[in-house]
Design a binder for this molecule. Structure first.
Ligand code: AMP
Length: 210
């Protein structure tokens, strides 16, 4: 695939105003790719984890409510999370498309997102899942922990986090795969190379839907 192909694919995706989710294990480069996709496609990136963290920092009522759950490593209750997402998706900047990160995390949230979008007469175009060999992720996360001096991030902690990711995402991933809107892309490789793969894979799905 040439760079001209990638640029053409990116331009047609940007024109489509894509509504999408990104899912990926820790260490897969999800945050980096999310930022690039949102910039290239001109769609707003919405990370529920980032919104919660910002609210905790600002000590807003939402942040105060969410903090104890986040500190315990639990999910914030659906009543709180769903309302937050509904309000965010009602804002004007979402009209041109969006990239949601960190939501939905359960099948109940999948249904809620369906309802939120249906109320605005829209729906999801695609769900991007960055995949990666878990042994490679363990190596990456271990070397990152060593570089950053995070000694509590040992191999068993990292493996546990990856197992949790698989457990928590499998039902959601299966649901979207069943709808035919799941796009799997190998997240291992140079950052630019992965972005090109993402754009090509997304363009194929959007073309199929057109
Ligand atoms: P993240 O950065 O996506 O891992 O999110 C950080 C924390 O925010 C999570 O551990 C949860 O406590 C909370 N959170 C983020 N997204 C959700 C969600 N969809 N449902 C429930 N809790 C969430």
């Amino acid at each position: 695939m040439t760079q001209t192909d990638v640029q053409a694919q990116t331009a047609s995706l940007a024109a489509a105003g894509v509504r999408m989710l990104i899912i990926g294990p820790p260490g897969s480069g999800k945050g980096t790719q999310a930022a690039r996709i949102s910039e290239r496609l001109g769609i707003v990136a919405i990370s529920t984890g980032d919104i919660f963290r910002a609210n905790v920092k600002e000590r807003t009522p939402l942040g105060i409510e969410a903090k104890s759950y986040m500190d315990a490593g639990d999910f914030v209750p659906d009543s709180v999370t769903n309302n937050m997402v509904r309000e965010r998706l009602a804002q004007a900047d979402v009209a041109g498309g969006f990239l949601l990160d960190g939501y939905p995390r359960t099948t109940a949230q999948v249904e809620e997102l369906d309802a939120i979008l249906a109320a605005g007469s829209t729906s999801l175009d695609l769900v991007l899942q960055l995949t990666a060999d878990h042994e490679e992720l363990v190596r990456r996360l271990l070397s990152r922990a060593a570089e950053e001096g995070r000694t509590d991030d040992n191999e068993s902690v990292i493996r546990h986090r990856l197992d949790l990711y698989t457990q928590q995402t499998s039902a959601v991933v299966k649901e979207y795969a069943g709808r035919g809107i799941l796009v799997e892309v190998d997240g291992i490789g140079a950052i630019d190379e992965v972005t090109d793969r993402v754009m090509a894979a997304m363009a194929r799905v959007i073309e199929r839907q057109a």
